[in-house]
Design a binder for this molecule. Sequence first.
Ligand SMILES: [Zn+2]
Length: 300
Amino acid sequence: MHTIHTIDLKFQKVEKTIASFLIQGKGKPVLIETGPHSTWNQLKSSLQHLGFKPKDLAAVLLTHIHFDHAGAAWEFAKAGVKVYLHPKGITHLSNPIKLWNSAAKIYGDEKMDTLWGPMESIDPNFLVSVDDMEDVSIEGLTFTSIHSPGHASHHIAWQLGESVFTGDVGGVKIKNGPVVPPCPPPDIHIEAWKSSIEKISDCHPKELYLTHFGKISNPQEHLSQLISVLDDWAIWIKRKFDQNELAEEITPEFMNYTAKQLENKGAGKDLQKLYELANPSWMSVGGLLRYWKLKTEGRL
Ligand SMILES: [Zn+2]
C-alpha cells in the first residue's frame, strides 16, 4: 500500500494552481512533478513537514519538461536523486538553454525570473529515459509510463495502481470549476491528445491526479468532458484561422470566450483568475493556431 500526498506549491502565492505529489510506500518516497524553481522553497518546506529532505527521495518522476512541472528537477539531481522522464526530454534538461529561450519567447524575458526562477543543467547520469508502457519499480512501488503526446510530445502520464498522474494531458480543473485543455505552443496535436486520453481511459483508473490541480474521483466523466472542450476550442480557433485573423485579434476574443465558458459552468471571477494563472488562455491561441497551420500545410 502507499499514501499519496498532494503538495500545494502555492505558485505566485496563490493556492491550488500547481501541485507536486509525494508517494510514500514502505521505502523511500517518490516525488511526481517538481513544480517550477520559483516554488522551490515552498516544496522544500512541504517535504520537510512530511519528514523529508530533497536528498531523502528515491526518485523524481516528471510528466513533462514544461517549467511549471520540471523547473526544480535540477535541484533534486544536484542532491543525488535520479529524475525519470520521456526520452525526448533528456537533451532539454541536460542543456536547458533551448527550453529557456522558447519559454522566454512565450512569456517575455522580464517575466521569466518571477514566474519560473533559474534553470540549471542536469548531469545526464541523473536523467533516466523511460519507454512507453515501461514499468518502473522503485522501492517496491511500480509506476507505468504512459507516453501521452498531444499537449507536449514529451509527455508521460504515470500510472500507479488505480491512480494516474496526468500532468497536463488530463486537463486543468481547479476546485469546483470545469476541466479545460492547456494548449500552449509548440506541440499541440488534437488527434494525438485524444488518443492519449483514450489510452489513459483504457487503464480504467479510479482516480486521476492533475498537476493543476489535485484529485479527480470521476475519471471517465472528467476525460470525456475534456475531449468535448478540446474539440470546442480547436474548432473555435479553426474558424478564426480560416478567416486569416491575426493572433493579436483573436486573443482578446478567445479570452472573452473562455471566460464566459467558465462563468457559464459556475466559475466566478476569483476562480477564473486561478485558471488564468494555471493555464493562461492567451497561450492556447498560439498553440492551437500553430496546430492548424501545420495541419493545413500537411506537416502533422
Ligand atoms: Zn505543460
